[in-house]
Design a protein around this ligand. Structure first.
Ligand code: GLN
Length: 289
């Protein structure tokens, strides 16, 4: 009987990175590293250091094989490893929530810039998902009280775990609600949101990893992508105190229409759009008069 070939973690990594490249994956080496580190229970850097020459156990190899297979089917790496970094913090993610994007960091940065001056700031995050906005803001603003709202109980469970993990759970209230429906007449200093804004007619054109794996409820913004946006900017008027800010993430092609829709409400004073790292219009900012 021929003994099964032994593989060091380093050799397994090299082989897999090459294999993924041959299959046309966009980030073959990165995916191979992140997934092997996950399978072997170590840091990526260890694969080049202390564990490089270690022989991969049958369990690690089996786990890695399964992860690579699912990656090649299109499953995003963040769902495979169950986490994603956002604003310097590690967030747990499951397929019940959108994977946090760097684009949304602009919502956080803008809110932080404006909130620094406010002592006891009250923030509402509409469509909190993994809790990335709510948790990053609570973490950065030690006196902030945050209300994290989502229609999905599964998303709220993930958000709660992330709040616990980052030690801010006692300052975040989690509310299962369609927008503000479950709240009374409460008012906030900031309403932040990354609502679903992909136009329904564009959903089929999303990259398969997004389209087939991320929650449709967090992406599909209805006709033109404005269904939730319109309801949000309408309802938010009643929930912003005077001088308070609305910060909403949008898709780049929506800027002009989104600005016109906000300008349609006399209560808002519209500020210049905030652009993302790629220079695209990304966050709308309006102040309640
Ligand atoms: N920017 C996301 C994308 O990858 C969409 C996020 C959203 O609809 N809120 O398409």
């Amino acid at each position: 009987m021929v003994a099964e070939q032994t593989w060091s973690l380093g050799a397994l990594l090299d082989w897999t990175a090459k294999h993924l490249a041959q299959k046309g994956m966009e980030f073959p080496r990165l995916d191979a590293e992140v997934l092997l580190a996950h399978a072997a229970g170590c840091k990526r850097i260890d694969l080049y250091g202390i564990r490089h020459a270690e022989v991969a156990s049958p369990q690690t190899r089996q786990k890695y094989r399964d992860l690579i297979r699912r990656r090649m089917e299109g499953c995003p790496v963040a769902y495979l490893v169950g986490r994603k970094e956002f604003f310097g913090l590690e967030f747990e993610v499951t397929p019940a929530v959108l994977i946090p994007r760097p684009d949304s960091e602009h919502v956080v940065m803008e809110c932080l810039g404006l909130a620094k001056a406010v002592e006891l700031v009250h923030i509402a995050d509409i469509g909190a998902g993994s809790g990335n906005l709510a948790v990053a803001l609570a973490k950065q603003l030690p006196k902030a009280q945050v209300t994290a709202i989502d229609a999905s109980p599964d998303a709220l469970a993930v958000a709660r775990k992330n709040a616990d993990k980052h030690g801010v759970a006692e300052r975040i209230r989690f509310v299962q609600s369609d927008l503000f429906a479950a709240l009374e007449n409460e008012q906030f200093d900031f309403i932040v949101s990354n609502p679903p804004y992909v136009a329904s007619e564009e959903m089929s054109k999303l990259p398969p990893g997004v389209r087939d794996y991320e929650p449709k409820s967090a992406l599909d913004g209805g006709p033109g992508g404005f269904a939730v946006f319109d309801r949000l900017i309408d309802a938010a008027r009643q929930h912003l105190s005077s001088g308070a800010y609305l910060l909403v993430e949008i898709g780049a092609p929506q800027e002009e229409q989104a600005r016109a829709r906000i300008s349609g409400f006399a209560e808002y004073e519209l500020a210049p759009t905030i652009h993302d790292y790629s220079g695209h219009p990304r966050v709308l900012k309006a102040r309640k008069k």
